[in-house]
Design a protein around this ligand. Structure first.
Ligand code: C5P
Length: 405
């Protein structure tokens, strides 16, 4: 589980700093790549050379010292990290992180991180129990930091109580727990649609759209990892099918309609991330249409609205739609939640940079049938797919939808 994972270990200035050596050693032995950041105070207790010898990497100390090929050390470390730990964490670093200060390499790096950050406090018992420190810890917990509680026992200063750094074995267990993939979709059968449909004009041309399929493929991949049986009904894309998903290739909206409706009775959730053409050429010519002097008029007819039909036939299933809008996003999306009988709708303004077609990231609002709108920050499509499955899983629990196992 730890092999190849990139860890950033922040060491701050407490007597327990030497115990971080054991943690770094354990991680390296388990096959992890470990980069240590030391504060000025930490270097009073342990020399950087000790960490360098064990981690086999240079210790990072200075915000303005850039290793070769790295433009910004804090952003590079934050980008690459799968997990960060602060071992030991002094009262000072807790206060700085709780306020969002960024006055050295460690604080600046942590502020830029999107990976899990585990904080392992260690300090004198009276400092630890001080209300200000406890308030900072609560704030950090609420913000999403994970805290490994200190152990209780005799302290280096002679006092006794909570404040000793947690055992390295306990910290290791916590690391494994955080990295453990969620398997909360086991026994669930889900259907994801992806890509943009192609509606034939003649044997060589079609009416299409700009969907890359990335969002739907990310949703399918995440669901496989979380243990679901996944049907991926995909209109043409350039993407490789996620390993473990049952791929059903389709081209047109009509074919997608047939495939989705056939699977519908046996699935618990449908997420319709595909961009389905609302119209198709009324007649698809059997031979290539020849160029003529005059213009060409294509007559279009309406495609079935797959999601609307799923909404009408809904029994136990949860239905999630996507709405790509270019104006008045929330109002248009709100209408769709009700009209299509959806449980969730993921709406995005595809004109925004960082959102929508082709991009690796997305900026969305999640809408619920009761009118609630939840805006989410710009996210990588894989990270967003995790959030969407979290919401779906929570809805299944709330609605007491039991998996058929
Ligand atoms: O109404 P609109 O096309 O904006 O709704 C978008 C949602 O409806 C998407 O989830 C899309 O997959 C689905 N849809 C569909 N069939 C159509 C058009 C859209 O299932 N013909």
């Amino acid at each position: 589980m730890l092999t190849g994972k990139f860890f950033v270990i922040g060491v701050t200035g407490g007597i327990a700093a030497y115990r971080a050596l054991d943690l770094v050693s354990g991680l390296v032995k388990a096959g992890a790549e470990v980069h240590v950041i030391m504060t000025v105070g930490a270097q009073q207790f342990v020399r950087p050379l000790a960490f360098e010898s064990i981690s086999h990497n240079r210790v990072h100390i200075d915000t303005f010292e850039t290793p070769p090929g790295w433009h910004y050390p804090h952003l590079e470390l934050a980008r690459q990290a799968d997990m960060a730990l602060i071992v030991p964490a002094t009262a000072n670093i807790l206060a700085k992180l709780a306020c969002g200060l960024a006055d050295d390499l460690l604080t600046t790096t942590v502020l830029a991180m999107s990976c899990p950050v585990l904080i392992c406090p260690a300090m004198n018992v009276h400092m630890y129990l001080n209300q200000v420190v406890q308030d900072n810890l609560s704030r950090l917990r609420r913000t999403g930091f994970k805290i490994v509680d200190p152990a209780v026992g005799p302290q280096a200063c002679g006092d006794e109580g909570p404040g000793r750094l947690a055992d390295v074995a306990v910290i290791m267990e916590k690391i494994k727990k955080v990295l453990e993939p969620k398997k909360d979709l086991i026994h669930r059968t889900v259907l994801v649609t992806a890509g943009g449909t192609c509606e034939p004009i003649d044997p060589v041309r079609y009416v299409g759209n700009r969907s890359s399929g990335k969002m739907g493929y990310a949703l399918a991949e995440t669901a496989v990892h979380r243990g679901a049986k996944v049907y991926l009904v995909s209109a043409p894309t350039r993407l490789a099918a996620p390993e473990g998903a049952h791929l059903i290739n389709v081209e047109t909206a009509e074919q997608m309609y047939q495939a989705v409706l056939e699977l519908y009775p046996q699935v618990d959730v449908v997420i319709k991330a595909a961009a389905v053409a609302d119209y198709r050429p009324r007649v698809a010519a059997t031979q290539k249409i020849k160029k003529k002097e005059a213009g060409l008029v294509l007559e279009l007819e309406k495609n079935p609205d797959i999601l609307m039909e799923l909404g009408k036939q809904k029994k136990h299933q949860l239905l999630v739609g996507f709405a790509a809008e270019t104006e008045d996003v929330i109002n248009h999306a709100r209408e769709k939640v009700n009209k299509k009988n959806l449980d969730l709708l993921v709406a995005n303004d595809v004109t925004q940079p960082g959102a929508g077609f082709g991009s690796d990231t997305n900026i969305v609002n999640i809408l619920y049938p009761d009118g609630k709108v939840e805006p989410l920050p710009e996210m990588d499509k894989l990270a967003l797919s995790e959030v969407i499955w979290d919401k779906v899983q929570q809805l299944m629990v709330d609605k007491k939808i039991y998996a058929a196992d």
